[in-house]
Design a protein around this ligand. Structure first.
Ligand SMILES: C[S@@+](CC[C@H](N)C(=O)[O-])C[C@H]1O[C@@H](n2cnc3c(N)ncnc32)[C@H](O)[C@@H]1O
Length: 200
């Protein structure tokens, strides 16, 4: 009998060929909003999800989930799907995500206008907010306004988790908050940093 090596070559959820093509289509249609050539890989997605801490603290908000690679890591971290809300601007990605994760509250909306996107049924305050928006593509004043908007939807002591491809935090901490680099993930294309903002 000959030995056979069986490899599990299945891509991580959110990073399949179909997902990469969906991502590419969105990149061509709205380059400023996508800001990356590929969805986040599983190492980065896990490094982000880890920053949530206790997954049972309360509802979690994900902004800009795209094809769902970080969504998957958040669920694998132990956040119950029923307590996760995701706001995605791209209608195709939002519809795909809603079909893939029926228990997750997927909202097709604008994370820069969070009050309107979340609506009257908002689950805020959130025990963690994970942001995948390519903030470096937006002017500094919009980034600051975005962070201040997130801060208003956060439970006391909860983190805002933002990844970025730059060397510095993509936006300064809002008043009363501090920011620190929680991880540097070389095993991502491109390498990325994970920034955590928290009230001090
Ligand atoms: C860099 S991609 C990240 C996607 C995914 N989180 C990942 O890491 O693979 C940015 C995502 O943010 C979404 N996005 C950009 N601007 C947005 C906005 N104003 N509101 C909601 N989503 C937005 C894009 O459609 C895209 O899915």
């Amino acid at each position: 009998m000959t030995a056979r090596t069986v490899t599990n070559a299945r891509p991580a959820p959110g990073t399949s060929l179909a997902d990469n093509l969906r991502f590419l289509r969105a990149l061509i249609a709205r380059p400023k909003n996508i800001g990356a050539v590929l969805p986040s890989g599983p190492a980065l997605a896990r490094a982000i999800a880890r920053q949530i801490g206790d997954p049972h603290q309360g509802p979690v908000l994900e902004l800009g989930p795209g094809t769902g690679s970080i969504t998957q890591a958040i669920l694998e971290h132990g956040v119950p799907a029923e307590r996760l809300t995701a706001v995605e601007f791209d209608p195709d990605m939002a519809a795909e995500l809603a079909g893939r994760y029926p228990a997750v509250e997927v909202i097709r909306g604008d994370a820069f206008d969070l009050v309107h996107a979340l609506g009257p049924g908002s689950r805020a305050p959130f025990a963690a907010i994970v942001s995948g928006l390519p903030l470096l593509n937006f002017p500094p004043a919009s980034r600051r306004a975005y962070m201040e908007g997130l801060a208003r939807h956060l439970a006391p002591g909860a983190p805002i988790i933002q990844f970025s491809y730059g060397t510095n935090a993509p936006v300064a901490a809002p008043e009363g908050f501090a920011v620190h680099r929680a991880a540097l993930v070389w095993a991502n294309v491109p390498p990325a940093r994970v920034w955590v903002y928290r009230r001090v």
